[in-house]
Ligand binder design. Structure first.
Ligand SMILES: [Zn+2]
Length: 155
């Protein structure tokens, strides 16, 4: 039996762009095949997500050109986050146990962080989610940086 493929999955907040997504993140700007989001959890300043614009569960489900385009988006976002935050290292996480829609967590890290040389906590229990107003300055800055970079890359 053939399994029907779909670019959309009911109940997936990255597909539905529902209230659960709004409570966790704010869109910064669309990239080529994905969207760059800022997390409301800013335990690590600049913590962000790059999520593919359609539903697949696994990186290996993408064709090679699509996988390349997605990783290029992730690399562009990471470069901008590193420059903007002054982080010593960007951590990359693809987990997806409960939210399987393909997305990278991008977490800027510093040697002074409690979790330096260890995995960042994906869902910290003591988070105070940032409001739209609190995130707006960083979102505006990151949006401008991506836009400038976009022009440069495509000249
Ligand atoms: Zn999805």
């Amino acid at each position: 039996m053939t399994v029907m493929k779909s670019r959309y999955r009911d109940g997936c907040f990255y597909c539905e762009h529902n209230q659960t997504q709004v409570e966790r993140m704010v869109p910064i700007i669309p990239l080529d095949v994905s969207t760059f989001y800022l997390n409301r959890d800013q335990t690590h300043p600049g913590r962000a997500i790059v999520a593919l614009d359609w539903h697949v569960d696994e990186l290996f489900e993408l064709t090679a050109p699509m996988r390349q385009a997605f990783i290029d988006d992730v690399a562009q976002a990471a470069a901008i986050l590193k420059e903007y935050t002054g982080a010593s290292k960007i951590n990359y996480g693809i987990y997806g146990d409960t939210v399987s829609h393909l997305h990278f967590h991008l977490v800027p890290k510093l040697p002074s962080d409690a979790d330096w040389d260890d995995a960042f906590v994906n869902n910290p229990s003591d988070v105070t989610p940032k409001s739209d107003a609190e995130l707006a300055p960083m979102i505006n800055d990151l949006r401008k940086l991506v836009d400038q970079n976009y022009e440069t890359l495509r000249n």
